[in-house]
Design a protein around this ligand. Structure first.
Ligand code: NAD
Length: 251
């Protein structure tokens, strides 16, 4: 499908006029870097519904077998090898133009920072796979060290301080979000004059609500996603071609 040039031009003009662009990204921005999303046609859960258990805190805390499987999946996580793509780079360019108010991401892969966005602009609402956290004492440390423990024979490495269960420092399903992080994300969304949702099915709340926050505060809302989302009706523009092709044109 040829994306209407006129629509691209219109969105590019909105971005040029805007002073506080807020970008919300989801797993779709990283598929072109080789990291599958969850719910897209090639998504991890689309292909293996059982895999959802690995991202559910209830199974993770209750079942050592699930934790072992989750650690094996961490060991071969595509994020370790992934390079940022043209979509990530376009958002770095937007920041260099002085227009990026905030970059809210549901992703845990660290690719926005790897691409060159300032860490203080990136709001990671679902945490990061680059760290581990102890579920008992709250200690945090680099993922790298725990991966080395796995490679040297441990299959469910406990916290070295208190013996508690370790987990990647990501928000699993069934786990509480960090209220200050969500508050900051929703506040930034409400301060946007242009809000762009990229590569997210907008099915995970409360962060999907950032779209309505921005719209209610008067921002132009643009959705860049291959599949329809529940927010397409309130968007000022919906662009459904590949993110790596679309973002460099509009940002
Ligand atoms: P999702 O899997 O629900 O939706 C991704 C959307 O992106 C889909 O609608 C898909 O059609 C679209 N998409 C994929 N590749 C695209 C492309 N190249 N061009 C245009 N559109 C494309 O993702 P979500 O809404 O972010 O929710 C999944 C949750 O899982 C998130 O909360 C996130 O924390 C986590 N997750 C993160 C990663 C990561 O860090 N890279 C990967 C998988 C899942």
């Amino acid at each position: 499908m040829v994306q209407a040039e006129a629509l691209i031009d219109k969105v590019r003009a909105w971005v040029a006029q805007a002073q506080r662009v807020v970008v919300l990204t989801g797993a779709g921005i990283s598929t072109e870097s080789g990291i599958p999303d969850f719910r897209g046609p090639q998504g991890v859960w689309t292909r293996d519904p059982e895999a959802e258990k690995l991202s559910d805190i209830r199974y993770y805390m209750a079942d050592a077998a699930i934790r072992k499987k989750a650690w094996q999946a961490r060991l071969v996580h595509p994020a370790w090898e992934a390079r940022p793509n043209a979509g990530h780079e376009a958002i770095v360019a937007l920041e260099r133009r002085g227009k990026l108010h905030a970059l809210i991401t549901q992703n845990i892969d660290g690719l926005h920072q790897k691409a060159g966005n300032s860490p203080e602009r990136v709001i990671e609402v679902h945490g990061t796979v680059l760290k581990v956290i102890c579920m008992r004492c709250g200690w945090k440390g680099p993922m790298q060290e725990t991966l080395i423990r796995l490679l040297t024979g441990e299959d469910d490495p406990p916290c070295t301080l208190c013996g508690g269960i370790l987990k990647s420092d990501t928000i699993s399903f069934g786990q509480n979000l960090v209220p200050e992080v969500i508050d900051r994300a929703l506040r930034c969304a409400a301060e946007a004059d242009c809000f762009i949702a990229v590569g997210t099915s907008l099915q995970v709340y409360p962060i999907a609500g950032a779209v309505s926050e921005a719209k209610a505060a008067g921002a132009r809302v643009v959705i860049v996603n291959a599949e329809p989302t529940p927010f397409d009706d309130i968007a000022d523009a919906v662009l459904s071609e590949a993110i790596g092709n679309t973002l460099p044109q509009i940002l």
